[in-house]
Design a protein around this ligand. Structure first.
Ligand SMILES: *Cc1c(COP(=O)(O)O)cnc(C)c1O
Length: 496
């Protein structure tokens, strides 16, 4: 299948392995399918299919340049014993909502779903394209992408991972995970700035032609593990299809019934995969975009103005502390009928002036498909407590945002469509906040020690992924200024 950039001519295309290797288009745009595919399944197939089968089906649809064998081996490796639940994505029902648990992978957040897969696709893409340079995976992270991409690419031949995370802007457990990863090909730097600074600088380095040329001379080439990479986005469609099938299978819904998904949102990758699932014919009524106090998207869905000129908040849901949601660009590209010039202009306005406004038609379409709201830090804790009190089910702060916003939505609209909350992280990944929410007391410790405290409170078995956190020592943090990111890369790679 052919791909093109959201900001470039539709005559300028590349195949899926190249799009995955490149990560980001040289014009600054994101890769999207040249023609959005027709579904390769019927709705009634979904209840019969396992997670792996659906994952293989979705990859085959969007990435048909890979052979059947390559797809099957990728899926088999990606969703294997490193998952602590054999179904990969268990679905829980509590207090009238369904919780789609995406955090049973090795780093305890939903990023594993795509980042256990991306390295498989990347190494095979390199073979298909006969590339003999090493691939440098450059990654800006608000915490979870960093840990999951380091884990996914650890010791993968021909790849190096360089992660940039905001100093003081990730949780203690996320920090420990990044600083204790084993693998000769892994590096993580704290930058003096927030996630948006890191992401902006990564995009800049990507689009620095002189630097790209220098890398090439040295036998290297950049790629990205951020959700800007289409190879990361597409595998995320699978869990929407799978969950729908499972709800039918369990007779919670009838085939063809609509469902709502409430999605804790940061960079807009997760919810965009839901939108792609809807485009493939999945009966989704509303996609609910749930934000924290960095609620730029809540305002956008209300007014049609995207305005990043506001205070950046560090919150108890740090993976969503983002003001520039990259993947929104792919949605707008669709709603503007694939008008690349219009998209380039809007994105340019965002960079130059800090805001843009979509037109009336696009705003109306947004209102048809999406609802949006946000939760503040107290509401996050109240929601964790409310859900826990009902039947002792424990959710993490990000999931709590999805859960809270879903509750508000139901009350405001009386929409009684079955509701799936997208559960994006294990509560043990953010133990301090969960402990405080449930006990009403300050958590006396942080990081791995707080996991122990929370576990004492909750009892039960800790998963392998959580137990692994106690095993490894963390390195010292390396802290740099954002403007030195390029220099840091040069020095790691010994560039001439
Ligand atoms: C990354 C992340 C999100 C936000 O997902 P996006 O695809 O960036 O919108 C939400 N919750 C958790 C736990 C995450 O790691």
């Amino acid at each position: 299948m052919k791909y093109r950039s959201t900001r470039g001519s539709k005559d300028n295309t590349l195949n899926s392995p190249s799009a995955i290797i490149q990560g980001l288009a040289p014009d600054g745009g994101l890769y999207v399918p040249l023609n959005f595919p027709e579904p390769n399944f019927k709705l009634e197939d979904l209840p019969k299919l396992s997670y792996k089968q659906i994952a293989a089906m979705v990859i085959a649809l969007f990435f048909n340049d890979f052979s059947k064998e390559q797809i099957i081996s990728s899926v088999t490796n990606a969703y294997n014993k490193q998952w602590d639940d054999r179904s990969v994505v268990p679905i829980e029902k509590h207090n009238g909502n369904f919780y789609m648990e995406l955090f049973h992978g090795p780093t305890l957040a939903f990023k594993d779903i795509a980042l256990q897969m991306l390295p498989q696709l990347m190494t095979r893409a390199v073979q298909i394209e006969k590339i003999n340079r090493d691939i440098i995976i450059l990654t800006a992270t608000s915490g979870d992408t960093g840990t999951a991409s380091m884990r996914g690419f650890a010791n993968q031949k021909g790849t190096d991972v360089i992660v940039f995370y905001p100093e003081g802007g990730v949780s203690p457990v996320q920090l420990k995970q990044m600083l204790s990863q084993r693998g000769k090909n892994l590096q993580a730097f704290a930058i003096k700035g927030n996630f948006d600074d890191a992401q902006t600088e990564v995009k800049k380095i990507f689009n620095d032609e002189a630097f790209r040329e220098r890398l090439k001379q040295n036998g290297y080439q950049f790629s990205s593990a951020n959700s800007m990479n289409i190879g990361r986005l597409i595998p995320q469609i699978s869990y929407y299809l799978y969950t729908y099938g499972q709800l039918v299978r369990r007779k919670e819904i009838n085939l063809g019934d609509k469902v709502n998904f409430s999605v804790p949102t940061g960079n807009f990758g997760d919810i965009l995969a839901g939108y792609y699932a809807k485009k493939l014919g999945l009966p989704i009524n509303k996609l609910i975009c749930a934000s924290n106090e960095n609620n730029v998207l809540t305002d956008f869905f209300e007014t049609g103005e995207y305005d990043k000129r506001r205070k950046f908040h560090l919150t108890n849901a740090p993976a969503m502390d983002i003001l520039v949601s990259s993947n929104l660009e792919r949605l707008l590209f669709d709603l503007y009928d694939e008008n690349d010039k219009q998209i380039a202009s809007l994105m340019n306005q965002l960079t130059q002036r800090g805001h843009y406004q979509v037109n009336e038609d696009v705003l109306n379409e947004l209102h048809q498909i999406f609802a949006a709201d946000f939760a503040n830090e107290n509401q996050v804790k109240e929601e964790i407590k409310r859900v826990y009190n009902y039947d002792r089910y424990v959710i993490d702060p990000h999931t709590a945002i999805g859960s809270y916003v879903a509750q508000q939505y139901k009350q405001k609209t009386n929409d009684d469509t079955p509701m799936v909350i997208v559960s994006t992280a294990s509560p043990y990944k953010f133990p301090e906040t969960v402990y405080e929410a449930i006990t009403g007391r300050d958590c006396p410790q942080s990081g791995v020690a707080a996991i122990k405290k929370l576990h004492e409170e909750l009892g039960g078995q800790l998963s392998i992924g959580v137990r692994a956190l106690f095993d490894h020592e963390a390195h010292m943090e390396k802290i740099i200024n954002p403007e030195n990111m390029e220099a840091a890369i040069s020095s790691i790679l010994n560039l001439k």
